[in-house]
Design a binder for this molecule. Structure first.
Ligand code: PLP
Length: 404
């Protein structure tokens, strides 16, 4: 089928929830995606941080082929070996004690919120409120969206889960003012993704940890986008030297198969009993076996060090552009999770379009921020190629706006 035909059919039969880019993708290999138009695209978005090992990675394909021919799903009424093996790995890497597996980011986050309430219930301490940060994104279900700051995601669905208050981003005084004895948990993405690639400051993170401990509330770290190696450490919270009570994971962990995880400490795990929470699909054999292959590859190919080093190189090159293009307001991020803030949403939109025309995929988030989430297998040459394309796009774009 051609793009025009697919577009016409989708326009009639799909709920119109997405504003898609005009490309019909057929296959991918490594850091490249291929379109039905015969064009090749360098993928610096990796399915919004999902395809950590790029496309058609041999280790992933092999794991899927092998497990698909044996056992895909059992339900959680039975044992299979892959949940325990994956939980052993994730707890070892994170220093957390136990894992719960589900199917998506929002489902992991919803689980984290429920666990925080269960903890308060068990303690009979009347805590029920959540603190979340301005700029946060935690997903689309009622609880998740209630802790998400962006108004357009929330308003059409109100009333949402009550009791959420938003703290000004990285504002320690506001955090202290709002953290009272009604708060059962503080919700933090160590590096905000959707909100525009905003790393939480060292001071803010440490204050959040201290206040949560003081009030016997939980620190929930949403690492659905920033976790699993993207920032150059297994978990973004590890950059801060603190330990959360609950960590959520999803996007990259099975390289595109639906899988989410909630990791908790033993103190928190004690309040969850059989029958309280669950899922039919979550933690299936196929998804978990694939996640094990992803972890194994990240270790074997030393991708954490690669993400740290290449991320630093990428950031340096983006900063050089910042010095030459007045449209650039800021460049920031950690490892291979980087953002470039421009002076207007229109310009950001145009740059994404221009890059796509040049065969490079990036995306725009929080209106004005260009987001770079390349696969971990990306090379220095590919990073440089994207920076060159950006340089050209910003130059022709500022020339175009000067003519107006
Ligand atoms: C993407 C994302 C989610 C939601 O994950 P879905 O798989 O889309 O439900 C939640 N939190 C963060 C930080 C995310 O980036």
């Amino acid at each position: 089928m051609k793009l025009a035909k697919v577009k016409a059919i989708e326009g009639k039969v799909l709920l119109q929830t997405y504003d898609r880019l005009p490309v019909l993708l057929t296959h991918g290999k490594g850091a490249y995606l291929y379109g039905a138009d015969g064009k090749k695209y360098l993928d610096f978005l990796s399915g919004i941080g999902v395809n950590a090992l790029g496309h058609s990675h041999p280790a992933v394909t092999k794991a899927i082929r092998k497990q698909a021919g044996r056992l895909i799903h059992t339900s959680n009424l039975f044992y299979h070996e892959f949940q325990s093996r994956l939980a052993l790995e994730l707890t070892k890497l994170s220093g957390m004690d136990r894992a719960f597996f589900c199917n998506s980011g929002t489902e992991a986050w919803e689980g984290a919120l429920k666990i925080a309430r269960a903890y308060a219930h068990e303690k009979k301490n009347r805590k029920w409120r959540f603190l979340a940060l301005e700029g946060s994104f935690h997903g689309r279900t009622f609880g998740s969206v209630a802790t998400t700051h962006t108004l357009k995601y929330r308003e059409p669905f109100e009333p949402l889960m009550p009791g959420v208050k938003f703290v000004k981003f990285n504002d320690v005084a506001d955090l202290e003012a709002q953290f009272d004895d009604e708060v059962c948990a503080i919700c933090i993405e160590p590096v905000q993704g959707e909100g525009g690639i905003n790393p939480v400051s060292m001071e803010f993170m440490h204050k959040a940890r201290a206040l949560a401990t003081k009030h016997d509330a939980l620190l929930l770290a949403d690492e659905i986008q920033c976790g699993m190696g993207r920032t150059g450490k297994w978990f973004a919270f590890q950059h801060y030297g603190i330990k959360p009570d609950v960590v959520t994971l999803a996007k990259p962990i099975a390289n595109g198969l639906p899988l989410g995880a909630v990791l908790v400490t033993e103190k928190v795990a004690k309040v969850i009993h059989p029958g309280m929470h669950g899922t039919t699909f979550g933690g299936g054999a196929l998804a978990c076996a694939t996640a094990l292959a992803v972890l194994d590859t990240i270790k074997k190919d030393k991708l954490l060090a690669h993400n740290r080093e290449l991320g630093a190189h990428f950031l340096k090159l983006l900063r050089k552009l910042d010095a030459r293009h007045p449209a650039i307001q800021d460049v920031r991020g950690v490892g291979l999770m980087l953002g470039m803030e421009l002076d207007s949403a229109d310009r950001a939109k145009q740059v994404v379009k221009d890059l796509l025309a040049k065969g490079t995929i990036i995306n725009r988030t929080h209106e004005t921020v260009l987001r770079f989430l390349p696969p971990y297998i990306v090379t220095a040459r590919q990073v440089e190629q994207v920076v060159e394309a950006l340089d050209e796009a910003l130059t022709s774009n500022s020339a175009a706006s000067a003519r107006k």
